[in-house]
Design a protein around this ligand. Structure first.
Ligand SMILES: Cc1ncc(C[n+]2csc(CCOP(=O)(O)OP(=O)(O)O)c2C)c(N)n1
Ligand SMILES: [Mg+2]
Length: 580
């Protein structure tokens, strides 16, 4: 089919053709031509956000909740630069989004024209790929390629910057266009020799661990993971990006590893003789001091991105491939072989860590609220079918630790970048992608003040998310470091929310939401239940919690995982080790 139309019409038509149903954005001069045909589209719903950062995180939440590509749109210059943070965030966490930005007319590019920013240059190191279109004929092909690149191989953000004159001039629309990506061929099938090598190491190992990362969820491989874990009996740890990919309630699950991981998960990695690392990147928040990480372990490392393999830790058996295919082939090989490893002693040792050092916290004697208690009650009352998003800080870690995740994709957070302000717009995007799911944003009082303007979007667009603000009156995570490493010198971490500036309940009401406040442990259940009963407007709960709660366990930055403390100055006693 060929048809004459403007570049702007071609853009909207192309978005319809690739199946886009939701676009988050804000119009402005350079992108304005695209907003005109968008107004008429029966297939694409444009959601007018209040800040472009909100559009980007909403696209990320939408993408992660649905498995589809999320789309955000902005004008040139400041509109586009406001998207930089979510683009960087999506890059770090391998989230498939396409960002479409307007650019000044092609003849003005490079002249410091009004609202000109070299957004393709700015985002070059934080996009999987980016395009600058000056010829309207390139629009359909580029959109098709952008969606293909964002969603295949290792997913990630793709930016399409379109000069205004390419939007306004006439072109010939043709669909489907021919993709011109000769250099882009992600390897998804693992090499059979590597699979055999891996199977051999697995059978010979005495202390293997499945070190599972976000790549396993991105590959949709949680069923294969479970089958493999149950076939072999190997213990599992799930990173922050993989929470829910393996059920928390499963007896082989040892918890989350890393700086705030459980003693059993950190211990499993440190004492292991074989790491089966799937879709992970040996992030410093997991490894601690790299030179002392899992010192006795050989490494099988499977990832779809060859650049990850042996980047931080040498892989004895490198496997390039999609985690679903890797696990399927490993299962077939190990079943065919019929040999099994014996990990009984190992399982017993790890289970004793799990029993001796469970996650815990102290209640406050003055009757004030412990944030971890809020998480436990949310987990119990809201349950594992909901989608939870989180901001960045202590509340994020408590949400990762104290909510039980049983299903893949039920915890959406900013892992790699650690972007404050992620939770609320991501929850909005997730809820728009999955309107039938209950969606809770677990936010900090600091984070909430960065992006709460999207509550207006939620109310107006009919997106009844629920927000639990864990209000400790402080930039809590930074304060925790000041408590531990800066002699309790609390430089610039007190947000003064004790004075109710702002009053989160009134703020919620100002945005057309229901605002609730909870300050005492005995009111937590009733407040959560009340929020669960409200389904027509967004609900914000101001959980006023004690400012001194801390996140434990902790491995201090740059130190060895062996130095993990499960509470202040309390180190676990490892098997066969003498305390003295
Ligand atoms: C955009 C951004 N700025 C600064 C930081 C550094 N930072 C990490 S956690 C944190 C405190 C977050 O405070 P709050 O949202 O209240 O969460 P809490 O730790 O108190 O639960 C800060 C400032 C960051 N991660 N992101
Ligand atoms: Mg706080």
């Amino acid at each position: 089919m060929t048809e004459q139309m403007t570049g702007a019409q071609a853009l909207v038509r192309a978005l319809e053709q690739v199946g886009v149903d939701t676009v988050f954005g804000i119009p402005g001069g350079a992108i304005l031509p695209a907003y005109d045909p968008l107004y008429d589209s029966a297939k694409v719903r444009h959601v007018l956000v209040r800040h472009e950062q909100g559009a980007g995180h909403a696209a990320q939440g939408y993408a992660q909740a649905t498995g589809k590509v999320g789309v955000c749109m902005a004008t040139s210059g400041p509109g586009a630069t406001n998207l930089v943070t979510p683009i960087a965030d999506a890059y770090m966490d391998s989230v498939p989004i396409v960002a479409i930005t307007g650019q000044v007319v092609s003849s003005a590019i490079g002249t410091d024209a009004f609202q000109e920013a070299d957004i393709s240059g700015i985002t070059m190191p934080i996009t999987k790929h980016n395009f600058l279109i000056t010829d309207p004929e390139d629009i359909p092909r580029t959109i098709m390629e952008a969606f293909h690149i964002a969603s295949t191989g290792r997913p990630g953000p793709v930016l399409v910057d379109i000069a205004k004159d390419a939007l306004t001039s006439t072109m010939t629309f043709q669909w489907p266009p021919v993709m011109q990506l000769p250099g882009y061929r992600p390897v998804t099938r693992p090499h059979s020799k590597q699979i055999r090598e891996a199977a051999k190491l697995i059978v010979e190992a005495k202390r293997p661990v499945l070190y599972v990362g976000g790549g396993v969820h991105r590959a949709g491989a949680s069923a294969e993971l479970r089958e493999f874990a149950e076939l072999t009996g190997i213990p599992v740890v799930t990173t922050l990006m993989a929470r829910g990919t393996f059920p928390d309630s499963h007896p082989q699950h040892m918890g989350m590893p890393g700086m705030h991981g459980s003693v059993s998960a950190v211990g499993a990695l440190q004492k292991s003789d074989l790491l089966i690392a799937l879709g992970v990147r040996f992030d410093d928040r997991v490894t601690g001091q790299l030179s002392t990480f899992a010192p006795h372990a050989k490494v099988i490392h499977a990832d779809i991105d060859p650049a990850e393999i042996s980047k931080n830790r040498y892989a004895d058996v490198p496997i390039v491939g999609d985690c679903k295919e890797v696990l399927t082939d490993l299962l077939a090989t190990m079943r065919g072989d019929g040999r099994k490893g014996d990990y009984t002693e190992w399982g017993t040792a790890l289970n004793s860590y799990k029993k001796t050092y469970p996650l815990g916290y102290v209640e406050f004697e003055d009757g004030s609220l412990a944030p971890q208690h809020v998480m436990e009650r949310l987990s119990e009352i809201v349950g594992p079918d909901a989608i939870y998003t989180a901001g960045v800080g202590q509340h994020q870690m408590w949400a990762a630790q104290f909510i039980g995740y049983e299903r893949p994709g039920t915890f959406i957070n900013s892992g790699g970048a650690g972007t404050m302000g992620f939770a609320l717009p991501a929850a909005m995007g997730a809820k728009m992608g999955c309107p039938d799911r209950v969606v809770w944003a677990i936010d900090g009082d600091g984070c909430f003040q960065m992006t709460n303007q999207e509550l207006a979007t939620c109310t107006i667009e009919g997106v009844p998310i629920k927000v639990a603000v864990i209000n400790n009156g402080n930039l809590g995570m930074v304060r925790q470091w000041q408590t531990l490493f800066y002699n309790q010198r609390y430089s610039n971490t007190d947000l003064q929310t004790v004075r109710r500036i702002p009053d989160f309940v009134k703020l919620a009401e100002a945005y057309g939401c229901v605002g609730l406040r909870c300050e005492r442990p005995e009111d937590v259940d009733a407040t959560i239940q009340k929020a669960m009963e409200i389904n027509d407007v967004p609900v914000v709960i101001d959980f006023v919690v004690h400012q001194d709660a801390m996140v434990w366990p902790m491995v201090a930055a740059g130190t060895s995982n062996d130095e993990i403390q499960f509470a202040r100055d309390m180190a676990p006693v490892w098997d066969g080790e003498d305390r003295t």
